[in-house]
Design a protein around this ligand. Structure first.
Ligand SMILES: [Zn+2]
Length: 400
């Protein structure tokens, strides 16, 4: 037992060292020892292991105009170590290679339309990707970003955004059989966006709600610096908060769900309902940016629709704020394309809902990160939460 504990402590220290090298490229062994309050001998031994195993590189002493020798600077080796991230969406799947310095090195999009077996198709895209793009490189793991809930207990993936299939098709065990060469992490999309906000945007608050407005609507709650329910998407279903109990029926079984009132998938129905002429050709998807443009051009019906969406969103948001009292709310996803007009309307509507003393000090902002942050967020979450340098096995599975 004692020996096992020592191995765990060593693996943990090795990972802490690696994470600091990733966060502060060029850091020295002396600085690592100071930061982690470890002896220089321990740090040097673990850095040597990381060097030998090609996880980090030693760039040698950096040139200095000062007298004396500068310490050697360490960097993660991002030329050979990658994480495969699969962003599984309704119309397409993007597969990316993220290097160990968290840069997206390469990304390929696969069409997912017109398939009766979405998961089977995802498997063939993945096979194509590893055979054509992953030759002579080390893969540290595979992340699948899933737009829905990851219910490990019942071996199922639940999404109302992906094509309706027999529920038996979206089995976690089936996905695991498809991706079997490397450790696999299945992560909720909104949680990955929220995590990216935490680690790349370095928000100084540790309690906030991240809302992902996309085809559907999701939320991730960061409370005391932690993602509630990890990255499984099982903590809340913000998109299925009902904002009208007599409203439109939703695939989840509820009525008047928020995502049917403000999600991009709902726009064709809403355009018709408000008598707005679509600027798109028949069969083309109506997008948030179309609505924003119509409002800018002064289309009155479009303005009415946007106002109704802002009202429904603010109503749901104020209820969520009453539950969690975050310091602020970050809106991400393509919902940002609704623009500043929408944000102004949301802020205005929030003055008429909810417990005002609770709601009035909560700031609502758009994220500054782009859409690709979901991919980097997934890779970073996997490395920080699950990856280990020793005792990692090819067939390991991590849910959420
Ligand atoms: Zn619903």
């Amino acid at each position: 037992m004692k020996k096992y504990n020592q191995i765990l402590i060593k693996d943990n220290n090795k990972k802490l060292i690696y994470q600091l090298i990733e966060e502060f490229p060029g850091i020295s062994r002396v600085r690592l020892a100071e930061q982690l309050k470890l002896s220089k001998t321990t740090v040097s031994a673990l850095v040597d292991e990381l060097l030998q195993e090609n996880y980090v590189i030693d760039q040698g002493a950096q040139v200095s105009s000062h007298q004396g020798r500068r310490p050697n600077s360490l960097m993660v080796n991002n030329k050979n170590n990658y994480i495969i991230v699969i962003n599984w969406r309704k119309d397409n799947a993007e597969i990316a290679l993220v290097d160990s310095a968290m840069n997206i090195n390469f990304c390929k999009a696969y069409d997912m339309k017109n398939t009766s077996d979405s998961l089977g198709k995802l498997g063939s895209c993945y096979q194509d990707f590893i055979e054509s793009e992953c030759v002579s490189i080390r893969i540290l793991g595979v992340c699948v970003i899933f737009p829905g809930m990851i219910d490990e207990k019942h071996d199922r993936l639940i999404s109302v955004v992906l094509p309706n299939e027999k529920s038996g098709n979206y089995r976690i065990s089936r996905l695991k059989k498809i991706i079997k060469e490397y450790p696999l992490a299945i992560l909720n999309d909104t949680a990955c966006f929220a995590y990216a906000e935490n680690v790349f945007e370095k928000l100084n608050e540790d309690s906030y709600i991240y809302i992902n407005i996309n085809d559907g609507v999701g939320a991730a709650i960061i409370h005391d610096g932690h993602l509630l329910s990890g990255a499984s998407g099982m903590a809340s279903q913000f998109g299925h908060f009902s904002v009208d109990r007599n409203g439109h029926s939703c695939a989840c079984g509820n009525k008047g769900c928020l995502e049917n009132q403000i999600g991009e998938m709902a726009l064709p129905r809403l355009f018709q309902q408000y008598g707005i002429k679509s600027p798109r050709k028949d069969g083309e998807k109506i997008m948030f940016k179309d609505l924003a443009q119509l409002v800018k051009k002064g289309d009155e019906n479009a303005a009415k629709l946007m106002e109704a969406m802002a009202e429904d969103f603010a109503y749901a948001l104020c209820n969520a704020i009453a539950l969690f009292h975050p310091k602020f709310v970050v809106i991400g996803g393509i919902g940002r394309k609704l623009g500043d007009d929408f944000l102004t309307m949301v802020r205005q509507n929030m003055k008429s809902f909810g417990f005002q003393q609770f709601v009035s000090d909560v700031e609502v902002i758009y994220t500054k990160l782009g859409e690709a942050s979901v991919v980097r967020g997934a890779a970073k979450y996997y490395m920080n939460s699950y990856f280990r340098f020793d005792d990692m096995e090819a067939n390991q599975l991590f849910c959420g």
